[in-house]
Design a protein around this ligand. Sequence first.
Ligand SMILES: [Zn+2]
Length: 111
Amino acid sequence: MPFCPQCRYEYRAGLRQCPDCGAELVDELLPEEQSPPSGPLVTIYIAKDMPEASLVKSFLEEFQIESFIGYEAGSAYPVGQIEVRVAEAYADEARELIAEFLSAPPEDPTL
Ligand SMILES: [Zn+2]
């Protein structure tokens, strides 16, 4: 049965889009997040600055992927590269989403 990842409703087979919110339906819902995924974090993206890291983080959150922003080891300040990390279980999915995201970036006059 298809489900809406946004509304978490189940719809009858054959529907591809949520009639409520227009989201693309998925075959199964990931279980509601009860606790953060265990296991090591994997760096899936290296941002050049904090706004970019935040953008990637909020993008991933739209897909229910919890991400963490980390600085280079030993740095207490947001200087240099900023790593975006997710739980290992989400790493592949997150990388794909980001690749897609970057191929169609939001409007940015500096690009
Ligand atoms: Zn929906």
